[in-house]
Design a binder for this molecule. Structure first.
Ligand SMILES: Nc1ncnc2c1ncn2[C@@H]1O[C@H](COP(=O)(O)OP(=O)(O)OP(=O)(O)O)[C@@H](O)[C@H]1O
Ligand SMILES: [Mg+2]
Length: 243
């Protein structure tokens, strides 16, 4: 589904942020990328949908190298990928429903009276996703009045509006308390199992990674130092990644 071959990236001449990264990510699985701060987790995730350009290597999505796509093919490819962010990236003064509608394919301009530019079908779909995320009672509340965990679920609903096949999440639970973090991870797990989505998540919490990941990739100083099922992530492997 998603394969990376010998991907390297440096932001400047001196330091390589990603060094010869190769990995395969399967459909319907949760792949968690762990590693110390500065290891290259965000860089790798952002490379996957070409938010940053790479120096060399291949990124194959369904067999197509995303680094060689022209603009219209790139747009098609991006439609397959939803993003979820640590800081939610919501428009705080807008309602939950308005923020979720913002994820609609094609993106529409943010104008006053935003609801009127979305079709009934889009609004019904957004409301259904809001319900799925357990946020029914908040649909017409402003996002600024929500808790972190609730905001993150709005972020997931927004990502789902364009029916992605892949969801990339950069530290989606780093700002959340353990209970809210579990709730968000449970949602990601159900998207993988029930909707067969490909989920790639960066996490700082090794315990959460072990609990939720089908597949763990350990990065250290830009290199893959662990790649295996979560059951194989033992104390020695954790030391290799973090010590
Ligand atoms: N825009 C940038 N310009 C220059 N160097 C950068 C830039 N972004 C990241 N880096 C460098 O690339 C390396 C990897 O950074 P990255 O943000 O991918 O790490 P990370 O694993 O996500 O860390 P964290 O856990 O703190 O989020 C670091 O050495 C960082 O300083
Ligand atoms: Mg990061």
């Amino acid at each position: 589904m998603l394969a990376v071959n010998e991907l390297s990236k440096s932001y400047d001449q001196e330091a390589m942020s990603l060094k010869d990264i190769s990995m395969e990510i399967e459909k319907g699985e949760i792949t968690v990328i762990i590693g110390p701060s500065g290891a290259g987790k965000t860089t790798l995730l952002r490379s996957l949908n070409q938010l940053i350009k790479d120096d060399q290597g291949e990124i194959l999505i369904d067999g197509l190298d995303v680094r060689t796509l022209n603009r219209s093919k790139m747009r098609q490819m991006r439609r397959k990928i939803g993003m979820v962010f640590q800081n939610y990236n919501l428009i705080e003064p807008l309602t939950v429903l308005e923020n979720v509608l913002h994820g609609t394919l094609g993106g529409k301009p943010t104008l006053l009276g935003i609801l009127s530019i979305y079709s009934d079908k889009e609004q019904q779909e957004a409301l259904a996703l809001i319900k799925e995320m357990g946020l029914e009672e908040f649909a017409f509340k402003q996002c600024k009045d929500l808790s972190g965990g609730q905001k993150q679920r709005v972020g997931i609903a927004r990502a789902l509006m364009k029916h992605p096949q892949i969801i990339l999440c950069d530290e989606p639970v780093a700002s959340l308390d353990p209970k809210s973090a579990t709730l968000v991870m449970d949602i990601l797990r159900s998207l993988a199992i029930e909707k067969k989505m490909t989920i790639v998540v960066t996490l700082h919490q090794v315990e959460l990674a072990k609990e939720y990941a089908d597949h763990i990739i350990g990065l250290r100083a830009g290199s893959v130092v662990f790649d295996g099922p979560s059951s194989a992530l033992d104390v020695a492997a954790i030391r290799t990644i973090y010590d």
